[in-house]
Design a protein around this ligand. Structure first.
Ligand code: ADP
Ligand code: MG
Length: 537
C-alpha cells in the first residue's frame, strides 16, 4: 500500500477498492446483526455488558449502542439508528437494514464497474422519488381518531416485551400523548416513566400527575392528603448546608441556647411563611432540616426533600404550581393542585403519587413487572409506541405496515427507473430492491418463504391493491389496514432519508486514514464483528 511521504510511518491507511469493500462489509454486518429482531416474530438478543450486566432486548438501537462497535464505517451505521431513535423513537432496525442492503446492492454495481459516484447519484434520485411517493400515498388521520392512534401503538409493540398487554398499553400511551400535546407539539419528556419491580405487568398504569420515587419526609406526616394544595420550592429549608461542617466556639450553656434559639427562630419564620399559603403539600428541591421537618409534620404538611430538578419541572407542569426560588416570593397564588397526594408502598418501596391533576401537562406511566429485565424491555417497547403515536399525531400521516409500504414504494420506484436513460438507472433499480429487504425479512423471521410472500405481495400491488402486506397474525398476504397494522409516515420517511445518507456517504469514501493514536478504531476490527454476532445469536 502506498503511503504518502508526508505521513508518519505508523499511520494505517486503506485506499481505493479495499477501503470501499471493507466499509461495505462493515455496513452489511451491522445490518445482519439486527435483522433477526425485525418484526413481530423477530427474536430477542441477550447482551452482556463489560461489567456483567445483562440486557435482553429486541430494540435495534439498544443492541447497536451496547455492542461497542469500533469500525469507523460500522459506527456510522449505528449513528442512523440513533438518529432514527431521536427523530421518531421507532424504526431503528428498519433504517439500519435498508442502509445495509443499499451497501450490499452497491457492491454488485461496483462489481459491474459502475463508478461509486454514479451509484450514489442513482440512490439519491431514488430516495427523492421515494419521499415524493411516500407523501402521495400516505393517509391522513385526524387527532380525534384515537382508534387509529391505538392501532399504531399496538403495531409498534407487537412482538416486544409489552405484547401481552398491548391493548391496555396502547390506551395508556394514547391518553398520555394526548394529555401532554400542546398545539400539536408533543414533548415526550413530559411523560415520566417510573418502574416498579415486583407486581404484574398488567398493573401498569397511567397516573394523571406525577409519581415520585420518594417517601414522605417523616412518619408523622399524613399518608394521604386530599384536595392537595402544592408548594414547590427550589431553595433549602435549613440554615447551613450540612456538607460544610462549621465549627462554632461556644463557651457556655447560655451561648449554646442562644445560638440554637436563633437558628430555630429563623427556621420557624420560614415555615410560618409556608403555612400562611395554606398549602398542605411541599416539594423541596434541596434539603429540609430536622426542625423544619418537625414543624411541617406538626402542621399536617406532607413534604419530600431533594426532589430532582426534572421532577420539579414535571410537578410544575402537572399541578400548575410555580417553582419558587426565594422565601419572600412564596404566596398562595403559585400553589398547584391535585385531587390527592399519597404515599404508596410497592414491594417494600415507598413512592409518592400526586394524582388527579386537573389538566396535567405532564403525566406518569408507572410500569409494573416481575424483574428489572422485564420492566426495562417494556419501557423500550412503550417508548417505541410513544414515539410512533406522537409522530403520527404531529404529521397526521400514516402508512400501511407489514411490508406493504415498502413493496408499493419499490414498485413505483421501478416504474420511475424505466423512464431514466443514464447508468444511474440500474442503481435506482437496486434501491427499489433494497426496500424489499424489509418484507422479505418479516416473512423470513416469521418462518415463511420470503420468495413466495414477495411474489404474492407484488402480484397484489400490481393489481392495484396498495395495502396488501404480510399479516403475521394470520401468516397471509392481505389488506393490512383492515388487519390494523399501521405505522406513522415519519418512520418510513426518516428511515429512507437517513439510510440513503449513510450509504451514499460510505460509498463515496475511497481512502481511510487512521492515526495510530486511535487504537480503538482499527480497520481490521471489522474482523471481530462476526464474533460479536456469534455471541449474540
Ligand atoms: P423497527 O426497529 O424497525 O421498528 P420492529 O421489530 O419494531 O423494527 O419491526 C417493525 C416492522 O414490523 C414494521 O415493518 C411493521 O410493519 C412490522 N409489523 C408490525 N406488526 C406486524 C404484523 N402484525 N404483521 C406483519 N408485520 C408487522
Ligand atoms: Mg418498531
Amino acid at each position: 500500500m502506498a503511503r504518502g511521504e508526508i505521513m508518519p510511518e505508523d499511520i494505517q491507511r486503506i485506499m481505493g477498492k479495499d477501503a470501499q469493500r471493507n466499509n461495505i462489509l462493515a455496513g452489511k454486518m451491522v445490518s445482519e446483526v439486527v435483522k433477526t429482531t425485525l418484526g413481530p416474530r423477530g427474536m430477542d438478543k441477550m447482551l452482556v455488558t463489560p461489567n456483567g450486566d445483562i440486557i435482553v432486548t429486541n430494540d435495534g438501537v439498544t443492541i447497536l449502542s451496547e455492542m461497542q462497535i469500533e469500525h469507523p464505517a460500522a459506527k456510522m451505521m449505528v449513528e442512523i439508528a440513533k438518529t432514527q431513535e431521536s427523530e421518531v423513537g421507532d424504526g431503528t432496525t428498519t433504517s439500519v437494514m435498508i442502509a445495509g442492503k443499499l451497501l450490499e446492492n452497491a457492491e454488485k454495481l461496483l462489481d459491474q464497474k459502475i463508478h461509486p459516484t454514479i451509484v450514489a447519484k442513482g440512490y439519491r434520485m431514488a430516495a427523492e422519488k421515494a419521499q415524493e411517493i411516500l407523501k402521495e400515498i400516505s393517509m391522513q388521520i385526524t387527532p380525534e381518531n384515537e382508534e387509529v392512534l391505538r392501532q399504531i401503538g399496538m403495531t409498534a409493540m407487537t412482538g416486544k416485551g409489552a405484547e401481552d398487554s398491548k391493548e391496555k398499553f396502547s390506551e395508556i400511551l394514547v391518553e398520555a400523548v394526548k394529555a401532554v400535546s400542546h398545539n400539536n407539539k408533543i414533548d415526550l419528556k413530559d411523560i415520566k416513566i417510573e418502574k416498579i419491580i415486583g407486581d404484574d405487568i398488567k398493573d401498569t398504569e397511567l397516573v394523571s400527575g406525577i409519581v415520585l420515587d420518594k417517601e414522605k419526609l417523616s412518619k408523622d406526616m399524613p399518608s394521604l392528603v386530599g384536595d392537595a394544595k402544592i408548594l414547590l420550592i427550589d431553595f433549602p429549608l435549613e440554615l447551613k448546608s450540612p456538607e460544610i461542617d462549621t465549627k462554632i466556639s461556644i463557651s457556655s450553656h447560655i451561648e449554646l441556647q442562644n445560638f440554637l434559639g436563633e437558628e430555630e427562630r429563623t427556621i420557624k419564620a420560614m415555615i410560618e411563611k409556608i403555612i400562611e399559603t395554606e398549602c398542605n403539600v411541599l416539594f423541596c428541591q434541596k434539603g429540609i432540616d430536622d426542625f423544619a421537618k418537625y414543624l411541617l409534620a406538626k402542621n399536617g404538611i406532607y413534604a419530600c426533600r431533594r426532589v430532582g430538578k426534572s421532577d420539579m419541572e414535571k410537578l410544575s407542569k402537572a399541578t400548575g404550581a410555580k417553582i419558587i426560588s426565594n422565601l419572600n416570593e412564596i404566596n398562595s397564588y403559585d400553589l398547584g393542585e391535585a385531587n390527592e397526594v399519597l404515599e404508596v408502598k410497592h414491594s417494600g418501596e415507598q413512592m409518592t403519587y400526586i394524582r388527579g391533576c386537573k389538566n396535567p401537562k405532564a403525566v406518569t406511566i408507572l410500569i409494573h413487572g416481575g424483574t428489572t429485565h422485564v420492566v426495562d424491555e417494556i419501557e423500550r417497547a412503550l417508548m417505541d409506541g410513544l414515539g410512533d403515536i406522537a409522530s403520527a399525531l404531529e404529521t397526521r400521516l400514516v402508512v400501511p405496515g407489514g411490508g406493504a409500504i415498502e413493496i408499493e414504494l419499490a414498485r413505483r420506484i421501478r416504474q420511475f427507473a424505466q423512464t431514466l436513460k443514464g447508468r444511474e438507472r440500474i442503481s435506482v433499480f437496486e434501491f427499489a430492491n433494497a426496500l424489499e429487504f424489509i418484507p422479505a425479512t418479516l416473512a423470513e423471521n416469521g418462518g415463511l418463504d420470503p420468495i413466495d410472500i414477495l411474489t404474492e405481495m407484488k402480484r397484489r400491488h400490481d393489481a392495484g391493491d396498495k395495502n396488501a402486506g404480510l399479516n403475521l397474525f394470520t401468516n397471509r398476504v392481505e389488506n393490512v389496514l383492515t388487519a390494523k397494522i399501521i405505522e406513522p409516515y415519519k418512520i418510513k420517511s426518516q428511515a429512507i432519508s437517513s439510510a440513503t445518507d449513510v450509504a451514499v456517504m460510505i460509498l463515496r469514501i475511497d481512502d481511510v486514514i487512521l492515526a495510530k493514536s486511535n487504537p480503538k478504531g482499527r480497520m481490521n476490527d471489522v474482523g471481530t464483528l462476526p464474533n460479536y454476532m456469534n455471541g449474540l445469536e
